[in-house]
Design a protein around this ligand. Structure first.
Ligand code: 3HC
Length: 313
């Protein structure tokens, strides 16, 4: 049972914590934090880390079939960056007192999510362009705002990640632009890719604010700095003009320009979103099985790396 003294001490710690949050002072791993704040970060940062790593799979599918040596080298570097982002984020998540092994076990047990968008297949090279342009583009909009998140290690990881993500977005847009300069078939492939990736990219921002159970606390504690809908609208407003510039059409019959720089959009298929985040998307099983297999097959590398002789060399 909590004594009066303990309650008074907790109230004081909470007041101090909130004072720091309000003053935009980062919360660091050794600082006191409310358990709900820690739990929110554990969930969000680990989901984010898993997204980076699982996101390598749909792109890796195209390394061996990239149309030129230049595009193969760029794609390889991008996928390697994503692995690095996972590493920064798992390291940030570990400062909250949970081991990386535990995070990965939760992923394998289906207790942790990763971004819904990576449960869709990459059918051809245009999909690599659409992922870079739309998926990394959506990720950046969210991550730029997360650079100001209140938890120090997460915020610092975001600063590094954002620098690299902007190259990824351009890599994807360049592929789409080149295809739109190409043959009729290449143009059709590019349009087909935006038709299939547009809506999953919008779903990356999560449910509407009114249906997002996590948003209010996250905003109060400045873990999230902007809401799901605000970020989604920013992404749409940036991306629609980019698509028009290269001759692509956003597959939303209800998309309307309401001012020079803002658009309203049609309804998102939230039933599809729910199905995908609950494990029933087109590739959920394949993505998880691949991760479990790669983790098992890589056990010897982790064991070797942990040998003290090796580390001291
Ligand atoms: N995919 C999977 N799950 C999602 C989701 C999505 N697109 N959007 C929401 N969810 C989940 C939430 O995690 C939450 O699940 P839980 O209750 O089991 O934890 C539930 O749906 C309800 O959603 P909320 O809006 O209430 O949840 P949040 O307030 O956490 O907001 C979020 C969701 C916007 C995704 C937020 O967690 C966030 O900003 N996360 C960090 C960013 C991130 O994870 N980005 C991954 C993008 S991919 C990437 O960066 C790789 C790059 O290389 C492309």
């Amino acid at each position: 049972m909590t004594t009066k003294l303990e309650s008074a001490q907790t109230a004081e710690l909470l007041a101090d914590f909130e004072k720091k949050i309000n003053a935009e002072i980062k919360i660091e791993p050794s600082d006191w934090m409310p358990d709900a704040y820690r739990q929110h970060l554990i969930r969000q940062i680990s989901q984010h880390a898993h997204s980076e790593v699982i996101g390598m799979q749909p792109e890796a599918n195209w390394i061996t079939r990239a149309p030129s040596l230049r595009s193969k080298k760029i794609l390889l570097a991008k996928i390697q960056d994503e692995g690095g982002h996972g590493l920064y984020l798992y390291s940030a998540a570990e400062t909250l007192g949970v081991s990386r092994e535990q995070y990965i076990a939760w992923l394998h047990q289906g207790k942790a999510k990763y971004a819904s968008v990576f449960n869709y297949p990459t059918l051809n090279w245009a999909d690599i362009g659409a992922i870079g342009w739309l998926v990394d583009g959506a990720a950046i909009v969210n991550q730029v705002s997360l650079q100001r998140t209140s938890y120090g290690p997460y915020s610092r990881a975001m600063v590094r990640i954002c620098k690299e993500e902007s190259f990824h977005q351009r890599q994807g847009y360049e592929i789409m632009w080149r295809m739109m300069q190409g043959t009729n078939d290449q143009q059709r492939m590019a349009q087909d890719a935006i038709d299939r990736w547009w809506w999953p990219a919008l779903m990356m921002f999560g449910p509407h604010d009114s249906d997002s159970p996590r948003t209010s606390h996250a905003m109060l504690w400045k873990i999230k700095r902007e809401s799901n809908d605000v970020l989604r609208e920013k992404f749409i407003n940036k991306t629609v003009p980019q698509s028009e510039l290269i001759g692509l059409k956003v597959p939303d019959p209800n998309l309307k320009k309401i001012s020079d720089e803002t658009y309203t959009h049609g309804d998102i298929n939230w039933e599809e979103f729910r199905q995908v985040i609950n494990g029933n998307g087109p590739c959920n099983q394949e993505r998880l099985e691949h991760h479990i297999r790669a983790h098992r097959e890589g056990a010897w590398v982790r064991e070797a790396a942990l040998q003290s002789d090796f580390r001291n060399q």
